[in-house]
Design a protein around this ligand. Structure first.
Ligand code: NAD
Length: 378
């Protein structure tokens, strides 16, 4: 056996044993527990204020109606009519409805444990820091911020305030995704050699915030390519050590300076596995993860949509039942924030920061065409 083989075996076993720890722990995670038999007990329910009442927040609010351990108890919006409408719909009293000017007052709101930030990307940093200063846990949508520097500032603010920071990585709780991870850890695929992530859609309205660098922080990579970045990490089970990237733009009017249309990127992992990914705002029907190892493969397609996620491996179809991603996510996040549970795949601020470091490196690499080394852990 060569030195390289020994090193790869060691790394695979290390990743497998680390990921196996939660399975050996004395408690079951909430998703593993009998969901049907669990009620909403006082003091064990995560009380959440939603910030930014747009399209994704609407999906989260609806999904949370089926949660066993999480409840919408606060609302933050710049639009008074939305506060009124959502407040009535979800039973949030006027005293727990805030706007962007006065939401620091949640500090004194005993009915709010955490704020879920679902606003345009470039606003996440400042809003998260204000929530942390108000002494509430932060749940922040992806991308956690628009670059690693801002992400680090969010981590620092939450640490200083003694609150937790989580990122809305809903796929980290998705049953078929977790099954692939379980199989990988069990060695079913052998040493992982290759991952492919295709993430994209054809974006419409050119005036939306997603195409405005000042609000989005970038283009497709920030919004949809981040799924391939994050997916490469949780599917391979390692953090990449280098990146290369190439950018193409066919419509410079719609995709202005600093707003990427299409980026291809490649990641290299410590074991020697490589990933080849595509992020785009110009092509439809791109939502596929494929991973192959020495002994087998896994394919998820769709891999990241709202579901049902579908997939198969060399052993056959994945048959885990579909549940609303945001319902499972918020129940699991209640377990993390209230009970200190450890998810199989992390959803904390460090996890969000790693993706931001990769995004920074992809943008930098796409400028020069050269390879960028990555150091994701401190
Ligand atoms: P959206 O445009 O539908 O909603 C954004 C909300 O922010 C709106 O209520 C809007 O009024 C408010 N807002 C405050 N200031 C604004 C400003 N200056 N410009 C525009 N809107 C402003 O967007 P969305 O799709 O709900 O996305 C919000 C966040 O959620 C983004 O970070 C996005 O990446 C994330 N997201 C995550 C998922 C997921 O599956 N995890 C899916 C969609 C969106």
């Amino acid at each position: 056996m060569t030195l390289d083989h020994l090193r790869r075996n060691f790394l695979q076993k290390l990743v497998a044993s680390a990921a196996a720890v939660p399975l050996l722990s004395p408690y079951r995670t909430f998703a593993q527990a009998d969901r049907a038999s669990t009620g909403s007990h006082p003091g064990t329910t995560l009380r959440v204020a939603l910030m930014g009442l747009g399209s994704y927040a609407a999906r989260v609010a609806e999904a949370m109606q089926s949660c066993k351990r999480a409840k919408v108890t606060g609302l933050i919006s710049g639009t008074p009519s939305k506060l009124q409408e959502w407040g009535t719909k979800y039973g949030v009293p006027e005293k727990s409805r805030y706007n962007y000017d006065n939401f620091d007052r949640i500090k004194d709101d005993a009915d709010i444990d955490a704020v879920y930030i679902i606003t345009p990307n470039a606003q996440h940093r400042d809003q998260a820091i204000r929530v942390a200063k108000a002494g509430k846990h932060v749940i922040c949508e992806k991308p956690m911020a628009v670059n690693a520097k801002e992400g680090q500032e969010m981590l620092d603010a939450c640490a200083e305030a003694g609150v937790k920071l989580l990122v809305g990585y809903r796929l980290h709780f998705e049953p078929k995704t977790l099954e692939v991870i379980r199989m990988r850890n069990a060695g079913d695929f052998g040493n992982i050699l290759f991952f492919q992530g295709l993430s994209g859609f054809r974006i419409g309205d050119p005036s939306q915030w997603r195409l405005d660098k000042a609000l989005a922080g970038g283009g497709s990579l920030m919004d949809i390519g981040i799924y391939a970045i994050n997916g490469a990490r949780y599917m391979v089970g390692e953090d990449p050590v280098w990146v290369t990237a190439q950018q193409t733009k066919t419509d410079p009017v719609k995709f202005k300076e600093g707003v990427d249309e299409t980026i291809q990127f490649q990641l290299g992992f410590p074991s020697g596995a490589v990933a080849s990914c595509l992020s785009t705002y110009q092509m439809n029907h791109l939502d596929r993860f494929f991973m192959t190892g020495e002994r087998g493969f896994a394919e998820l397609r769709p891999a990241t949509g709202y579901g049902p996620i579908q997939g198969r491996t060399h052993k056959g179809e994945l048959t885990q039942p579909h549940a609303m991603h945001q319902t499972i996510q918020m129940d699991e996040m209640a377990g993390i924030l209230l009970d200190g549970n450890t998810p199989v795949v992390p959803v904390d601020g460090e996890e969000g920061l790693k993706d931001l470091k990769i995004i920074d490196a992809i943008y930098a690499a796409s400028e020069t065409g050269g390879r960028r080394q990555l150091r994701l852990s401190k």
